[in-house]
Design a protein around this ligand. Structure first.
Ligand code: SAH
Length: 193
């Protein structure tokens, strides 16, 4: 199911097709392809054409672009990162392909700067929210910004161990939280800028 329309070479500076994370500067990494695939697979039932999605910790912009391809036509993805240099990098990377340029022009992708732990209320609610860095607590604002139904994919650190949580807001508004597999992400932090 992985979108073949987004070339990882536009987003990863070295050995783009190896299945490991890589530094992209600014103390950030582009996640390994298998983690991007896991995230997309988990969110896929909510990534319908026209869907609205928030990508927290958008970093290189790669996953933001992949998700934007999956919600075409009519969908939109907001990528939020708290480092201005990474917001700029994501824009530069996405502009390397004609598909990316078109999405940035027609509102299919927007990169913004901000603290993603608070979500991005300006564009809420979302069909799906992806978090690309480990949360130290469960951020209620992210759940609040989900549609009913909607799904949040978020790594959460508890007692020094990180696990993926898949949190569903059901049609009736009830919230179901599933703890899945162990992972290693960089943390969601205060901005150092
Ligand atoms: N999905 C990205 C992952 C980048 S690494 C990719 O594959 O390229 C995690 C990102 O989370 C970094 O870019 C970092 O700057 C960002 N980040 C960390 N804390 C954040 C916060 N509080 N708000 C927004 N972004 C944050």
């Amino acid at each position: 199911m992985f979108s073949n329309q987004v070339d990882r070479a536009h987003y990863a500076p070295h050995t783009p097709y190896n299945d490991n994370p890589q530094s992209i500067g600014f103390r950030a990494t582009i996640s390994a392809p298998h983690m991007h695939a896991n995230a997309c697979e988990s969110l896929l039932p909510f990534l319908k054409p026209g869907a609205k999605v928030l990508d927290v910790g958008s970093g290189s912009g790669y996953l933001t672009h992949v998700i934007a391809e999956l919600v075409k036509p009519g969908g939109s993805v907001v990528g939020i990162d708290h480092i201005q240099g990474l917001v700029a990098l994501a824009n530069t990377n996405t502009a390397k392909s004609s598909e990316g340029r078109e999405l940035m022009k027609n509102g299919g992708i927007v990169f913004v700067k901000g603290d993603g732990r608070k979500g991005y209320s300006e564009e809420a609610p979302y069909d799906a929210i992806h978090v690309g860095a480990a949360a130290a607590v469960h951020h209620q604002e992210l759940v609040d910004q989900l549609k009913s139904p909607g799904r949040l994919f978020v790594p959460v650190e508890e007692d020094g161990l990180q696990h993926i949580y898949v949190i569903d807001k059901k049609t009736d508004g009830s919230v179901v939280r599933k703890k899945e597999y162990g992972v290693r992400y960089v943390p969601l932090t205060d901005s150092y800028e």
